[in-house]
Design a protein around this ligand. Structure first.
Ligand SMILES: C[S@@+](CC[C@H](N)C(=O)[O-])C[C@H]1O[C@@H](n2cnc3c(N)ncnc32)[C@H](O)[C@@H]1O
Length: 375
C-alpha cells in the first residue's frame, strides 16, 4: 500500500496529523488530489454549494445588496473545491456587483477542473498568498475548509496526555501512542479544557494563525463567512457529547469511523473549534457579526426574496420544476440536517462591520477586544 511506503520513509510511524495530511493531500494518492468529484451527489458527501445551486443564488442576492453600499466587491472563495460557489455567482451575465472573483484551491487537480470551468472569469490560485490583496471591499467565503485540515489526535491517559500515531502493522495500519508534544496540552489548557481519562480529542494547532493571516490579507474593509461543522471549545471537548472525538470518515455518502481504512479513498474530517477563529478575530481587531445555523444565515441573506423573485413562493403553480426547486431549498434549510448542523461564522473588519451586520438584519456588533496581540 502506498501509505506504508510513506510511513517506512518516515522511520516506521507518523503522527496522526501527518498521516491525515498524506491521506488527504499526498500529491498523487491523496483524497483531494483526484479530479474525480469527491463531493456533490456523485461523490462521497454533500457540501452546501454542491448540494444546491440555491446556496450561491442566495449569496448572490446578498452580495448585490452589500455592493450597493460598499461598491463592487472582491469575492474570494477559499478552499473552493470544484468551484460551484463562484460558478453560481458568475452564472448570470450581470455580475456588476463583482470587481474581482478569486478562487483559492490547494489541489492541482481541482484547480485544473476550475481553469476549464471559469475560462478566465475568475483567478484560480493555490494559496491566498499568490493572489494580490483586495483593493475593493472584499467578501471571503470558506466552506468546509477548516474541517478538511489535518488535526492532531490525543487521548487522555491516567498518567498524562498521549498523542496518537499511525504505524505499519502486519499488512495493516495500527495505532500507537506516544507522550503528547507540549503544544497539545498547552492548547487544551488555553481553551480551559480538561479531558476525562480515556477521552479522545482532535486538535488543530494551526487554525487560529491561519485565520489571522487570512483576515490580515483581506484588510479592514472585508467580511469573512466561514461555513463549517463545529462547536466552541466547551462543547467540542465535552466528554458527554464527544468522548471519542469528532473525527469522521465519509465514503459514498456513508459515515464510517475507521480513519486508517483505505487511505486516500475516503474523506477524513474533524469538527472546527469556533473559539480558534474567534480568537483570531479578536487579535486582529475584527468584529463577530454572528454564528448562525445555515438556515438562519440564508434567511437573513434574503432567501425569502429570492424565492419570491424566482416565482417559487406561495403563489407559484405547483409543477414539477417548482416542486424540485422547493425540495432543493428545503435540503439547505433541513432542521435535521445541513440547515442546523452546518454553522456560519460571520466576521467583519472594523471599517465595514456595521454595514455587514445591518445587511444581515443584525444590530451593530460590539467592538472587539484590543487588536495586535501576539500570534
Ligand atoms: C471539504 S472540501 C470543500 C470544497 C468546497 N468549499 C465546497 O464546500 O464544496 C475542502 C477543500 O479544501 C481544499 N483545501 C484544503 N486546505 C486548503 C488550503 N490551505 N487552501 C486552499 N484549499 C484548501 C481541499 O483541497 C478541498 O478541495
Amino acid at each position: 500500500m502506498w501509505v506504508e511506503v510513506e510511513i517506512a520513509k518516515h522511520g516506521g510511524a507518523l503522527s496522526f496529523h501527518d498521516f491525515m495530511e498524506l491521506a488527504l493531500y499526498h500529491p498523487r494518492h491523496g483524497y483531494y488530489s483526484s479530479s474525480r468529484p469527491r463531493y456533490g451527489r456523485g461523490g462521497d458527501y454533500l457540501t452546501a454549494p454542491t448540494a444546491s445551486a440555491w446556496y450561491a443564488a442566495v449569496h448572490r442576492h446578498w452580495l448585490i445588496r452589500l455592493a450597493a453600499v460598499l461598491g463592487p466587491l472582491t469575492v474570494v472563495d477559499v478552499a473552493s473545491g470544484d468551484g460551484s460557489y463562484l460558478a453560481g455567482l458568475l452564472e448570470r451575465e450581470t455580475a456588476s456587483f463583482l470587481d474581482r472573483a478569486v478562487s483559492v484551491e490547494r489541489s492541482d487537480a481541482l484547480r485544473a477542473v476550475q481553469d476549464e470551468r471559469f475560462a478566465g472569469a475568475a483567478e484560480v490560485v493555490p494559496s491566498l498568498q499568490e493572489a494580490l490583496p483586495p483593493k475593493s471591499a472584499a467578501v471571503l467565503h470558506l466552506s468546509e475548509l477548516y474541517d478538511a485540515m489535518p488535526v492532531h489526535r490525543v487521548v487522555q491517559r491516567d498518567d498524562g496526555l498521549s498523542e496518537m500515531w499511525v504505524a505499519a502493522g502486519d499488512g495493516n495500519l495500527v495505532w500507537q501512542e506516544r507522550a503528547a508534544r507540549p503544544e497539545l496540552g498547552d492548547y487544551l489548557r488555553r481553551h480551559g479544557v480538561s479531558l476525562e481519562s480515556g477521552q479522545i480529542a482532535e486538535i488543530d494547532l494551526h487554525a487560529c494563525s491561519f485565520h489571522r493571516r487570512l483576515l490580515r490579507w483581506a484588510g479592514v474593509r472585508a467580511a469573512v463567512l466561514t461555513l463549517d461543522y463545529g462547536y466552541p471549545a466547551g462543547r467540542l471537548y465535552d466528554s458527554r457529547g464527544r468522548r471519542s472525538g469528532s473525527l469522521a470518515c465519509y465514503r459514498e455518502h456513508r459515515l464510517t469511523r475507521d480513519p486508517l481504512a483505505v487511505p486516500g479513498e475516503q474523506d477524513l474530517t474533524a469538527h472546527v473549534n469556533w473559539d480558534d477563529l474567534r480568537h483570531a478575530a479578536e487579535a486582529e481587531g475584527w468584529h463577530e457579526v454572528g454564528l448562525y445555523p445555515l438556515a438562519e444565515l440564508l434567511v437573513r441573506a434574503g432567501l425569502t426574496e429570492v424565492v419570491e423573485e424566482c416565482g417559487l413562493g406561495l403563489a407559484a403553480e405547483i409543477d414539477g420544476a417548482t416542486y424540485r426547486n422547493r425540495q432543493e431549498i428545503k435540503r439547505l434549510l433541513d432542521p435535521d440536517g445541513m440547515g442546523s448542523d452546518l454553522k456560519v461564522l460571520v466576521q467583519a473588519g472594523p471599517e465595514v462591520a456595521e454595514l455587514v451586520a445591518e445587511s444581515l438584519g443584525n444590530p451593530v456588533p460590539p467592538p472587539s477586544r484590543e487588536a495586535g496581540s501576539e500570534e
